[in-house]
Design a protein around this ligand. Structure first.
Ligand SMILES: O=C(O)c1cc(C(=O)O)c2c(n1)C(=O)C(=O)c1cc(C(=O)O)[nH]c1-2
Length: 250
């Protein structure tokens, strides 16, 4: 049976409450000050792979949209990450964070050393958006409903617990707090309107679950390689590599 708008929205929010990656133990460790400098670096390197894929994902989405109004609404997402004449954009801000934790930003941008499972998970998100229905693609982006809370916790936790953290290094997250609400308000409304049968509601919910898995799998990979048991896969980043020159000398 088709759920009412409110019941369907509550179902989507429940998926976040049960499965969003804010529940992953890596985030407790990161925000609580428990990460070593190398664990911070591993997170920044791997998470960059997600960041750089987001605008490609959004471009893949837009390439399939025939409605100019929907494309106009969507395209600011690409600008938020890639930047404009007046806004340096999220990818550059992420590289600022990389330098603040002692990494060479060219190394991070090369995406060498990204964990295989991170690559597989992120690439799967790109393929999902390329191949599935527009409804599933928009629904998958709705994990961002749950992101402002984790970004606010991250800003507070990093500022409190790590010497490297300051407003400059963390500007990525502050900007997302400003940018994400307009995206999710639009995306949520679009999904609530377009998921107008029980079957489409099920497809949208499954897409959101898929996306929570994409995020969770990345943190599991990070944990296995750099926390416990600490088994770094062949070819993945090794501590003491990819560092800023100043960092190497000190
Ligand atoms: O730090 C986070 O936990 C987090 C999560 C997510 C997310 O839920 O997918 C995004 C972001 N950050 C983010 O910064 C971002 O730009 C973003 C775009 C998207 C998307 O699927 O279109 N998710 C996310």
């Amino acid at each position: 049976m088709t759920q009412s708008r409110d019941a369907f929205e509550a179902r989507l929010r429940q998926i976040g409450a049960e499965r969003y990656h804010d529940l992953h133990p890596f985030h407790d460790m990161l925000h609580g000050g428990g990460c070593s400098p190398d664990q911070l670096r591993a997170w920044v390197i791997n998470r960059y792979y997600y960041q750089q894929a987001i605008p490609m994902k959004d471009a893949a989405f837009m390439s399939r949209v025939s409605d100019p109004d929907l494309r106009r609404k969507w395209r600011s997402r690409i600008e938020d990450h890639d930047g404009t004449e007046t806004n340096e954009g999220g990818i550059r801000r992420w590289l600022r964070l990389a330098e603040a934790v002692g990494l060479d930003s060219d190394y991070v941008a090369s995406t060498e050393g990204v964990l295989p499972a991170t690559r597989f998970a992120v690439d799967a998100y790109l393929r999902f958006v390329r191949d599935k229905s527009l409804l599933e693609a928009v629904a998958a982006s709705l994990t961002e409903l749950f992101a402002p809370k984790i970004h606010a916790n991250r800003i507070a936790g990093l500022l409190q617990n790590y010497d490297f953290a300051d407003d400059y290094a963390l500007s990525y997250f502050r900007n997302r707090l400003r940018e994400a609400p307009k995206d999710v308000a639009f995306g949520l409304e679009w999904v609530l309107v377009h998921a107008d049968t029980a079957e489409k509601q099920d497809m949208a919910a499954a897409a959101l679950i898929f996306k929570t898995d994409v995020l969770w799998a990345q943190l599991d990979a990070l944990w296995g390689a750099y926390v416990a048991p600490g088994r770094i896969p062949p070819g993945a980043w090794q501590p003491d590599t990819g560092l800023l020159l100043a960092q190497k000398a000190s």
